[in-house]
Structures are given as structure tokens and as C-alpha cells.
Design a protein around this ligand. Sequence first.
Ligand SMILES: Nc1ncnc2c1ncn2[C@@H]1O[C@H](COP(=O)(O)OP(=O)(O)OP(=O)(O)O)[C@@H](O)[C@H]1O
Ligand SMILES: [Mg+2]
Length: 448
Amino acid sequence: MNQSILIVEDEKILRISLADALKSEGYTVYAVENGEAALQALEDGDFSLVLTDIRLPGASGMDILKKSLKEQPATPVIMMTAYGSINDAVEAMRYGAFDYITKPFDLDEILETAKKALDIEAITQENIRLKQEIRRYYGAPNIIGESKAMQSVFALLEKVSRTDSTVLILGESGTGKEMVASTIHFQSPRKDKPIIRVNCAALPENLIESELFGYEKGAFSGAAGRKPGRFDLADGGTIFLDEIGDLPLLTQTKILRVLEERSFERLGATTTVTVDVRIIAATNKDLEKEVKKGTFREDLYYRLNVIPVLLPPLRRRKEDIALLVHSFTRRFNDQMGTSASFTPEAVETLTSYSFPGNVRELLNVIERCVALNTDNLIRPADLPAHITKDKKAKTVLASLHDITSEAEKDHIISILRLTKGNRTQAAEILGVSRKTLWEKINLHKIDL
Ligand SMILES: Nc1ncnc2c1ncn2[C@@H]1O[C@H](COP(=O)(O)OP(=O)(O)OP(=O)(O)O)[C@@H](O)[C@H]1O
Ligand SMILES: [Mg+2]
């Protein structure tokens, strides 16, 4: 990575030797001799490090520090101070300077401090980049849906995100429950704190407590050190209890207490830990049914079910299918360096499929089609057989219905001709009531 450094120093010899030393280390250096030029440079450019004298013509080192923190908060600023202005340096530190160095200094000393600052700056930048990437990946703009059903889900999510209320996300497998949980978190004031996912279905029963609440050194044989639990890790952020319907009854009791008191005991500890976490839970089970069966605690159900978010299955929002197809195709094209697209007929075939695995199933189908594609066009014949078969079966069924209906119409017409339009007689011959015959005549728009 090419890191650039701004040097602000009015003593010419010092400025030049400092610039030369940093340039020979491979950094890009921009050196100015007064305060105005420095403020302008900060206005115009991005620097990875600022090295500034405290006493300067034009503007003080303090002004430059403030400007830098405003323009580029993650960039460290090192103050260079003459003996006698230590107080200024201390004030600058308090204000947010990275470090200060007293003149006269030798070049090695300042190079070392600069490198330390630049290393930290690089890590900070990487961190910012990763956070942005995570947000791009999980954030709201990625949930796709134009259907009325999804629009009302989005409206609810926006409201819910602003609160700290417990949310219960319900929906069939693959409808986007995990995505919704992330969206709520990343739209909430807790977004800069972690969201910690707990897959309640995959935790071995005997480890659930140590996973959730952590343990102290020596809590059990093999507990060599202290280990924080998921609730500790989520402090200040959100805990996402995924597949909550699969939680064993015993652990349900323990979770209930955390939900009620936001506190718990670590295994082997004598003190109680209190955490500040927002709870989001999700399941594809019908919890009300589980409560009736006695496999899910009723009190826990009510605790969780403060704000339910219901994700409709994909077959109930077919309007979203084309949109999802295009968006996923673009994503896989980007990933695989291809430029495949679905023909309108293929999109139509997908739209008439029932997608028992919901959006995840659609995503997998599209990945597979894009990966196997050879001539940039994906036609109905390129879709997995079970999807095209489903469509054909429906076509046959539909035409059978049409056939029966046509036959019924023809038959009624011929009987009505036979009775010369006498409906009472026709109804008798057909073995239906007069009312039914009247309805059929209207249905088939029979006009004799
Ligand atoms: N509306 C949507 N827009 C874009 N992508 C979606 C949407 N809904 C789901 N997905 C994608 O589909 C996949 C499945 O979603 P997710 O894992 O959130 O579902 P889930 O409801 O948690 O499923 P399961 O019950 O199987 O755990 C993910 O890759 C997700 O990114
Ligand atoms: Mg899930």
C-alpha cells in the first residue's frame, strides 16, 4: 500500500532532511512550510500520517491537528515540538494527537515513531474497509423485494431497527431470516458493536451453557483458561438466536433468565455478569404448536414474541422472483467473470415453480445455471429437470381442466338445444338444480 505523509515544518533544513529520510523509506511525502499551505493540503488530499511542528507561521500546529482530525479522523498526527513548548504538546495529545516528539531529535527516532503510527493507520483503514464490506454484504440494500409482502416487511424492519425490542423472525427455511436479523442490527444504533449468531440447533446440548455464558479457569477439567461466552461477546451489540425452536427445554430455562434480567453466571464463577444485548431470534418452526406440544416453554415464547416479523414464502410473492433472478445472476457473473443471462421464458418457468427451499433454492439454481452456462443464454431447457417438470405437470393439469370445462359447455348447449331452450327440462336431464344450470350458463357465457 502506498502511504503518503504530510510534513509541516518551517525550518527548511529540517523539513528537507525529514522529507528525504521518509522518501527513502518508500513513502510519498508532501512537505509544506506554513500553516495555510498545510490546511489547504488537508482540504485537498488524503494522508496516512501528518507530522507537524507546533509553532508555525500562518496557523498553529493545534489548528492543523484539529483540521486533520476533522477531515481524516483515522489519520494519526505526530506533533514536533521545540523544547519549551511541551505544554502545547500535552494539550495536543489530550486533543487526539497520536504522539509528540521533542526537538532536536535524530532521524531514526522520528522514523520509528512514524512507522508505528503508519502501521496503526494501515490496520485502522483495513478495519474500516472490512466493516464497510460486511455492511455491504449484510446491509439493508441487499434484501431484494418489490412485492407488497416484502415492502411491508421492510417498513417494519425500519421501525424495529430503531428500538431495542426483542424480535422474533418467523419463516420457512431459506426465506431470509438470517439476512433480516443482520439488517436489523446494521440499521440499529448498535451497528458498530458485534452481532453474534448462536445456532441453537447445532450446539451440542452439553456445551450450550459454556458457549453462551463462558467459563472461568478450572470450571471443569480441561478449562485451562477463562473463556467468554457468546453473550459476553455480544455486549453492546446484538445476539442472534438462530433456530431457537430447536433449543432443548433445559436451556430454554437458562435463556429465559438472561432475557428477563440480562444477566447470567459464567460456569465456575461466583459472580453474576450483566450485559447490554439486543435479542433477535429466528425459527422455521411453528412455535405456538411447539408450545402446545410442550416442547417449547410458553413463557419463553411470550418473551421472544415481542415484535414478530413474518417472512412470506417465495411462492406467495412470485413478483419478486424475476428481480431476484436478475440480481443473483449479476452477482454470480461478477464472481465468475461471466456474462450469462436468463431468457424471458426461463424466468417465466422459474416464476411458475413453487420453490419449497425459497430464496436459498433460487440462489443455488442460479449459481448452478451461471456456472454451467456455455453460450451466455440460459433457457428453460438449461434449468434443473425438477423445475421444468413441475411446470409441464402444471400445464397438463391446466389443460385437463380446460378440456373438462369445454366438454361441459358443449354438453349443456346440446341439451338446451334438445329442450328448445327450456331450462327446467334441461336441468332435469342434466341432473342438476335450476340454480346450478343458471350458474353454468353464466360461467360458460352460453347464449342461445
Ligand atoms: N430478499 C432477499 N434478497 C436477497 N437475498 C436473499 C433474500 N432472502 C434470502 N436471500 C438469500 O438467500 C439465502 C438464504 O437466506 P437466509 O440464510 O437468511 O435464510 P433463512 O431463513 O435463515 O434460512 P434457514 O431457515 O434455512 O436458516 C442467503 O444467501 C440470503 O442472502
Ligand atoms: Mg437461517
